[in-house]
Design a protein around this ligand. Structure first.
Ligand SMILES: *[C@@H]1O[C@H](CO)[C@@H](O)[C@H](O)[C@H]1NC(C)=O
Length: 287
């Protein structure tokens, strides 16, 4: 009889500690959050055991365990919380009853990117889950600027986009969707954002050239329509310059002619020699 009682006692002890055990699960994949938006870092206890009477701790494993949010003795205790999370974390106490310890993080910053741990602890047991957070910031749309022409008639284009995170891909495309390889590529990082600038030289005329900035599932685009007029305007400009140069030369030549005519008029009248003026004409034409 005593033996049976002892066995029952041991058995009930085992079942007790088994019922105390729980598994904590987080998302299987990294959580993507847009800068400035809110994000939910999911974490819950399997079998929906209430965690109201437990300790729920959210911290950054990649920041030497810095505290993000703490729930203990039935309330939030965030005096030790890192400054950058102040006022931006929220644990739904209602949902804790169903074992849901998901953390709402508002106004996401680039610095929120990292590895989080959700640790749930009872008197006799604890388990945790990892949540990887990836932040993306869509910056300014690309801006194309015309940077001049080269001797061979190629048009220099520059495309720039600022304020992206992480570093976006920038690409030039012809209207057919063919990628143009950039001549120069530049990347700058300011505190936590990236700026990119690529240049390209195009020889196509009557074509649309696109500049695309891509980041995971975000894409912003700018396009420039290159008409033959653009190239013509270059030759027109050259023509204008040529014209004004020849205009100046004409004036000089005209003055010279006037001087010569004036100088030789007397002689011509004397010698009646009409060749002088005709002879002056070739140098003017040459200029
Ligand atoms: C936990 O609660 C959030 C809402 O705050 C919900 O989106 C999520 O699906 C819940 N998780 C589970 C496992 O029920």
């Amino acid at each position: 009889m005593g033996f049976v009682c002892l066995t029952l006692l041991i058995l009930s002890g085992i079942t007790d500690s088994i019922s105390e055990r729980f598994d904590v699960v987080g998302p299987a994949y990294p959580v993507f959050a847009g800068a400035g938006e809110d994000v939910l870092l999911t974490c819950s206890v399997k079998l929906k055991t209430s965690v109201v009477d437990m300790r729920v701790e959210w911290y950054r494993t990649d920041l030497s365990g810095a505290l993000v949010h703490l729930y203990e003795d039935h309330e939030d205790r965030n005096t030790e919380q890192i400054q950058s999370y102040r006022g931006r974390t929220e644990l739904n106490h209602q949902l804790l009853q169903t074992g849901n310890a998901s953390l709402r993080l508002s106004a996401v910053k680039v610095s929120d990117e990292g590895r989080y741990k959700c640790l749930i602890k009872s008197i006799s047991w604890f388990d945790d889950a990892t949540v990887d957070v990836k932040v993306e910031a869509v910056g300014s749309p690309p801006v194309i600027t015309v940077d001049g022409f080269d001797r061979s008639g190629g048009l220099h284009l520059q495309c720039e986009a600022e304020g992206w995170y992480p570093e976006p891909d920038l690409e030039w495309l012809e209207s057919e969707g063919v990628r143009l390889s950039p001549e120069t590529t530049e990347m700058h990082k300011t505190t936590d954002r990236f700026s990119v600038k690529h240049t390209v030289t195009v020889h196509q005329r009557d074509d649309k050239i696109h500049c695309r900035v891509k980041l995971r599932h975000h894409m912003l685009e700018a396009k420039i329509i290159i008409s033959s007029n653009m190239f013509n305007s270059c030759s027109q400009k050259t023509a204008v310059i040529m014209m004004s140069v020849s205009a100046v030369l004409c004036v000089i030549a005209g003055m010279l002619i006037a001087v010569f005519v004036h100088k030789y008029r007397g002689e011509r009248e004397l010698r009646n020699d009409g060749h002088i003026i005709v002879q002056l004409a070739p140098p003017m034409g040459k200029n």
